[in-house]
Ligand binder design. Structure first.
Ligand code: SAM
Length: 361
């Protein structure tokens, strides 16, 4: 029997602290709250075949199959196999992803989301029994999923309480391009830097670029506003781009001395707009209010000589209760003639969202 959303329970992971915003956006899709912990929420839907929850603050969404709970991992593994076998979920899932809910807000006590030691150990304990039981095709776990695959998701609500579900990765042949984030275990980009990471903004920029799907190519010119100390510029340089970093603050010497990097030591608003001519990509990560960021960007991208084709803007929320401002920001960006405007709270971002949009040509 093929795996199908037989019942209408779903589970969502989000940033610790973003639950109110998730509940608002997902309840507007007809989902009712079932169970909630920081960073993890399950929902029920009355319709027989709803769509999985989606939204700016939804990092992962899975069809929920149930929970297992117990002090011993071996007992939980047995319960999980029993549950999946009883539900006759055949043919096997293609992949197994195991990750923890975010136990802390991103950045607090240096917390970073993603796979930790405990989820790695749980994955080790699950993978062989699940494979032997014919429930997962590959005897491996936490590999990025491929288009068309079904992924068995195990979220550690607690080390002793696992939420079990699954999600499909849409296939382009079915006419749906899969957002790359659904291929990442736990919705956190797997990345191994080949350059020194100057700041955690390296990861944030890498995630923003990956999620946006923008075709950044070696030799393209990117401008980053709010570039110091240079983490994101490090990612752009790693991808082979030429980079201009605009910031009144100091740039790390390693970035500063890179032959494809130029520092303009100024506030973005003080620069003549011709300084941006030739740039294809605009990244903004300055710690200023979103309205100010949008005013700066508007001046750059609506200039008649602007060559910008895509922008990735960090917009600080200043509190999750201000999530309702996002629609206004999107409207404003659309007024500039921008297309494909999308917003996501990145796993590696803090209390902020990333707005991606295409513009020009
Ligand atoms: C979060 S940090 C940026 C981190 C950086 N993107 C990285 O990858 O390391 C914010 C930066 O915005 C800069 N900033 C604030 N207002 C600015 C403005 N009007 N123009 C340019 N930079 C600005 C600050 O000096 C600060 O270095």
């Amino acid at each position: 029997m093929p795996v199908a959303p037989t019942d209408s329970f779903a589970m969502v992971c989000c940033q610790n602290g973003s639950e109110p915003a998730v509940k608002t956006e997902v309840s507007a899709q007809g989902w009712r709250l079932a169970f909630s912990r920081r960073g993890f929420i399950s929902f029920k839907h009355d319709a027989a075949r709803p769509k999985l929850p989606q939204g700016v603050f939804v990092r992962t969404a899975s069809w929920s199959l149930g929970f297992v709970k117990g002090e011993h991992s071996a007992g939980n593994v047995e319960q999980a196999i029993g549950m999946l076998s009883a539900k006759a979920v055949r043919p096997a899932f293609d992949q197994l992803h195991v990750w923890p809910r975010d136990r802390l807000p991103v950045g607090k006590f240096e917390f970073e989301p993603g796979i930790d030691e405990v989820s790695r150990a749980v994955g080790e304990s699950l993978v062989t029994p699940l494979h032997n039981a014919g429930l997962i095709a590959e005897p491996e776990f936490n590999r990025p999923a491929l288009p068309g695959q079904r992924v068995l998701d195990v979220v550690l609500v607690e080390p002793s309480q696992w939420a079990i579900g699954w999600h499909p990765v849409p296939s382009p042949s079915a006419g749906q391009a899969a957002p790359i984030t659904v291929t990442w275990p736990g919705g956190v980009q797997p990345i191994e830097p080949t350059v020194s990471v100057i700041s955690r903004a390296y990861y944030k920029a890498a995630e923003a670029i990956g999620w946006s799907g923008f075709e950044l190519r070696p030799g393209d010119l990117a401008v980053e506003v709010g570039a110091a100390p240079g983490g994101a510029c490090g990612r752009l340089l790693e991808l082979g781009l030429n980079v201009i970093g605009i910031d009144p603050a100091e740039i790390d010497p390693e970035i500063l001395e890179h032959p494809r990097f130029r520092h303009i030591r100024a506030r973005a608003g003080d620069l003549p707009r011709r300084d941006y001519i030739g740039a294809k990509w605009l990244l903004v990560d300055s710690n200023v209010r979103p309205d100010q960021t949008l005013t700066t960007v508007e001046h750059i991208v609506t200039h008649r000589q602007s060559t910008i084709q895509g922008m990735l803007l960090t917009l600080k929320l200043g509190g999750i209760e201000h999530a309702d401002r996002i629609d206004g920001w999107v409207r404003r960006v659309r007024q500039w003639g921008a297309r494909d405007v999308r917003v996501r709270q990145l796993a590696r971002g803090k209390i902020e969202v990333c707005l991606a949009a295409r513009i020009g040509q």
